[in-house]
Design a binder for this molecule. Structure first.
Ligand code: 1PZ
Length: 209
């Protein structure tokens, strides 16, 4: 609600936005639900605050992610729902074309999944550094779909990531509060990610790209 949102941290705002989306998906029949593109983009935009905590080395990742969310948001009046985006690109045979909205959606989905995996690694043990948590998450979720040049740049950038403590400080969280919000996001993002995957699978589009 508005009150808890206004006093919440950036992480709690992200968790809350994805809980709203996942509640919608769960209450309205999952994959058959027609998710609103603007609402989806608004939730995805909140994630951008995380980049600010990572430092200059991830500026290019931020620009990549933000521009793709912006493209989708800019198309939200015309397309209205995620299903319409896919239907259009299927019709035009542009699902995987560079810069198409369906391709951007696939990339944004990978970003959401990357954060989920990162949070999961972060929570799994106090021993692992942010660099380790992020490297493992990236290797699993995004690296298989990125070019060699990008993978090289990302692994160089990993050395510039802040420590766990610095990250918590920049996010304005304690260890305990961050754990709570990360768990909320991990839970809430899962149905959203599965929903996006189903948009492709139900149209016989493979997810190996
Ligand atoms: C606290 C969080 C720490 C996370 C650290 C991990 C950062 C990974 C950075 C990934 C950089 C990706 C750079 C650009 C990749 C592009 O090649 C692709 C393909 O674009 P296309 O050819 O389709 O136009 N772009 C993307 O995959 C867009 C989204 C990638 C960025 C996701 C970041 C997710 C958010 C991280 C949390 C801050």
């Amino acid at each position: 609600d508005a009150v808890s949102e206004s006093v919440g941290s950036p992480l709690s705002a992200i968790a809350e936005a994805f809980e709203d989306l996942s509640d919608l998906l769960k209450s309205r029949g999952g994959v058959k639900f027609d998710l609103d593109l603007k609402s989806f983009c608004d939730a995805c935009s909140l994630v951008s605050v995380l980049f600010g905590c990572l430092g200059i080395a991830f500026k290019f990742a931020e620009m990549e992610y933000v521009s793709k969310v912006q493209d989708l948001k800019g198309a939200s009046e015309e397309y209205s729902t995620l299903n319409n985006v896919l239907d259009y690109d299927v019709e035009m045979d542009t699902v995987k074309s560079a810069g198409s909205l369906s391709r951007n959606l696939r990339r944004v989905r990978q970003g959401l999944d990357l954060i989920r995996a990162l949070f999961q690694n972060f929570l799994s043990t106090d021993e692992c550094s942010l660099k380790e948590a992020a490297s493992t998450a990236y290797a699993k979720v995004c690296a298989p779909y990125h070019t060699w040049a990008i993978r090289t740049a990302v692994s160089a950038g990993m050395y510039a990531l802040p420590t766990r403590e610095q990250l918590l400080e920049r996010l304005n969280e304690t260890k305990e509060s961050a754990e709570k919000e990360m768990r909320r996001y991990i839970e809430a993002s899962r149905p959203v990610i599965e929903y996006i995957d189903m948009l492709y699978i139900s149209r016989n589009i493979s997810l190996d790209w």
